[in-house]
Design a protein around this ligand. Structure first.
Ligand SMILES: [Fe+2]
Length: 326
């Protein structure tokens, strides 16, 4: 949606401010009436300095809304910026004083290694998890390259570029073991963030070992169900494809988040007029509501691009939980 109506819907512009309480009212289960909504600001694939183009202004648009909405945390879903000439990006990002999280994307290692970009962001580990507001959040790193001998190496200084798509976007074994254990020990419903998609992608050749990750989600959810626990993987947010998709697989809701900046096609990069990003609200009764922005292409684009690639992050409202959060 347009930015003005976007903020209005979030209950944060003009008269909308007075409506804030009602705008978001959904039936709350009596047992959870004291539980709070959790709100997340999310942006993906900003691609600062890709094709030499700075994206500070685009990030500022997101951060201006973040400062108004005041979410519980913000997260960028990969392909964010570079280790040098990103002072403006980090200054914008750090305007928000609340918790800020990062996901590693492949282009974040275009001109450096993982440790270098992680240091700029203050990211302690390439994959990690945390609890907040009655949910367990998992951040994954899918940036491993499979070599000829099938061993995996970290993405580093564009090393994946010369290699074919089926060798990219892998997740290493120690991380898969960690994921299995982390999900087994989760005390709350789980929401996952990753850059390269495991589902909904049209880039069928470039999903690495997505099958192993999906199997881990499936098995964790079966075990939770059998144990009568409300700790299933419920939603997964992904970037990378610069596309806008939603789908459900085995009861898990997958969101492919559009790029903040452009779509890349065989006719090159087609930039969006305005920044795309979204706010996600998790209601204690189990609803996930994603509200995203819509824009247009900045310049004229061929009809086949217009027909294929949406310039939006669509709104969705889905029920995550079999039982309310308590
Ligand atoms: Fe990417």
């Amino acid at each position: 949606m347009k930015r003005s109506s976007f903020l209005k819907n979030l209950g944060l512009s003009g008269a909308g401010l007075l409506m804030a309480g009602r705008t978001w009212s959904v039936p709350i289960h009596p047992a959870v009436k004291d539980a709070k909504k959790l709100r997340i600001g999310i942006i993906s694939d900003l691609h600062h300095l890709q094709f030499g183009k700075p994206e500070v202004t685009r990030l500022k648009t997101f951060m201006d809304d973040v400062m108004k909405v005041s979410p519980d945390f913000i997260i960028q879903c990969g392909d964010f910026c570079r280790p040098k000439q990103s002072e403006g990006i980090m200054a914008e990002w750090n305007r928000f004083r609340g918790p800020k999280y990062h996901v590693l994307g492949n282009h974040d290692m275009d001109v450096c290694d993982k440790a270098t970009i992680m240091q700029l962001w203050g990211m302690e580990k390439p994959y990690y998890s945390f609890d907040q507001g009655g949910y367990h959040f998992v951040v994954m790193d899918r940036n491993f390259l499979r070599q000829e001998d099938h061993t995996l190496v970290d993405y580093n200084n564009s090393n994946w570029g010369p290699l074919p798509a089926p060798m990219r976007s892998f997740t290493d074994k120690p991380q898969l073991e960690w994921l299995t254990q982390d999900l087994a020990e989760a005390r709350y419903p789980v929401i996952v963030f990753m850059h390269q998609p495991v589902f909904l992608s049209d880039f069928f050749q470039e999903i690495g070992n997505a099958d192993e990750i999906l199997a881990i989600f499936d098995e964790a959810n079966l075990a939770a169900k059998r144990a009568g626990k409300n700790t299933q993987v419920t939603a997964v947010f992904m970037g990378h494809d610069h596309d806008d998709r939603y789908g459900e697989r085995n009861g898990v809701h997958y969101f492919l988040l559009n790029s903040a900046s452009y779509v890349y096609t065989n006719s090159g990069a087609h930039y969006y007029k305005d920044a795309l990003y979204a706010f996600v609200t998790l209601d204690p009764s189990g609803w996930l509501h994603i509200e995203g922005r819509t824009t247009t292409y900045r310049d004229a684009v061929p009809d086949r691009v217009k027909a294929r690639f949406p310039t939006s992050i669509s709104d969705h409202k889905v029920m995550l939980l079999a039982k309310p959060r308590v």
